[in-house]
Design a protein around this ligand. Structure first.
Ligand code: ATP
Ligand code: MG
Length: 259
C-alpha cells in the first residue's frame, strides 16, 4: 500500500456539507433520536453503524427531509435545492413494466427533462455501474445484484451532491456485494459527492468509508466517531490488508459493547 492516509474528502468536491444540531425525533411519544449532533464535510464518505432499531434509517430520513425533527436542526450547505439528494433503499423498488434504461431515467422524467437527453444520461449512469448490456431488459430478467445496480444508476442519474444509502447491498451474495462496494467507492472518488452509507456490516463500513460512526442502542447517540486510516483508492486487495483488520477491530469493539 503506497498511501498511508487519508483526507476524508474526495478531490473534485461537489458534495453537500451537513450539520445536524441537537436533533430530536420521537414516534408515538417514544423518543428514537434524543439529542443528535453531527457535522459532515462536503465530499465526505461516512458510514453509520449501530444495533438494529437504534435509529439509523430515521436519521437518513431526517437528513433527506422525508421526515422532520421534533426539535433541533438539519441543515445542508449549500441549502437544499431540488434533486441534490438521492436515496438508495435496501429494496431496489424498480418499476416492473419499464426497461432498465427507462427505470434509470425516471428521476429525470420527473424533473421534466426531454426524452433524448434523459435517455442519454441514463445510458451514461448505467455504464458507470457496468450495466450497458442490460439496458433493454426488464427488472424480472435481472439478478438481485443487477437490480441493485439499476437502483444505484437511478440515484446517480441526477448527479446528486448527497447520496444516502440504507443497507443497499445487504441482501446480495458476498461477491456481488464486494463488487458493488468497489464500484461505489470509485464512483465517489470520480464524482466527489457526499455519501452517507448505513450498513450492518462492520467490514463493509471499514472497507468503504473514510469515517465511521457507531450509534448506541438507545437514543441514537454517537458512541464512536472514527477516521479510518486506509488508502483512498480501494479494491479487493484491501480486504486482506492488516490495516483493514485493525480498523474493523476498532469498529467491532464499539459495536460489541452495544449488543
Ligand atoms: N414511522 C414510524 N412509526 C413508528 N415508529 C417508528 C417509525 N419509524 C421508525 N420507528 C421506530 O424507531 C426506531 C428506530 O427505527 P429505525 O428504522 O430508524 O432503526 P434502524 O437503526 O434503521 O434499524 P435497522 O438496523 O433494523 O434497520 C424503531 O424502534 C422503530 O420501531
Ligand atoms: Mg434501518
Amino acid at each position: 500500500m503506497t498511501e498511508a492516509t487519508t483526507p476524508t474528502t474526495s478531490p473534485i468536491t461537489t458534495g453537500v456539507a451537513l450539520r445536524l444540531h441537537q436533533v430530536r425525533r420521537a414516534f408515538d411519544s417514544l423518543p428514537v433520536i434524543t439529542s443528535f449532533s453531527l457535522n459532515v464535510d462536503a465530499g465526505e464518505f461516512l458510514a453509520i453503524l449501530g444495533p438494529s432499531g437504534c435509529g439509523k434509517s430515521t436519521l437518513l430520513r431526517l437528513i433527506a427531509g422525508l421526515i422532520q425533527p421534533d426539535s433541533g436542526t438539519v441543515s445542508l450547505s449549500p441549502a437544499d435545492t431540488k434533486f441534490q439528494t438521492a436515496y438508495v433503499f435496501q429494496d431496489p423498488h424498480l418499476l416492473p413494466w419499464r426497461t432498465v434504461l427507462e427505470n434509470a431515467a425516471l428521476p429525470l422524467e420527473l424533473m421534466g427533462v426531454d426524452r433524448a437527453p434523459r435517455l442519454a444520461k441514463a445510458h451514461a449512469a448505467l455504464a458507470d455501474v457496468g450495466l450497458t448490456e442490460a439496458e433493454s431488459r426488464y427488472p424480472a430478467q435481472l439478478s438481485g445484484g443487477m437490480r441493485m445496480r439499476v437502483s444505484l444508476a437511478r440515484a446517480l442519474v441526477t448527479e446528486p451532491r448527497l447520496l444516502l444509502l440504507d443497507e443497499p447491498f445487504a441482501a446480495l451474495d458476498e461477491i456481488t456485494r464486494f463488487r458493488l462496494d468497489v464500484s461505489l467507492r470509485s464512483l465517489w472518488l470520480e464524482r466527489g459527492m457526499t455519501v452517507i452509507f448505513v450498513t450492518h456490516s462492520i467490514t463493509e463500513a471499514a472497507f468503504l468509508a473514510d469515517r465511521a460512526i457507531v450509534l448506541t442502542g438507545k437514543g441514537g447517540i454517537v458512541k464512536l466517531d472514527r477516521r479510518l486510516n486506509l488508502p483512498r483508492v480501494r479494491n479487493n486487495d484491501l480486504r486482506v490488508n492488516p490495516q483493514l483488520a485493525l480498523e474493523t477491530q476498532a469498529l467491532l469493539t464499539a459495536m460489541e459493547e452495544e449488543s
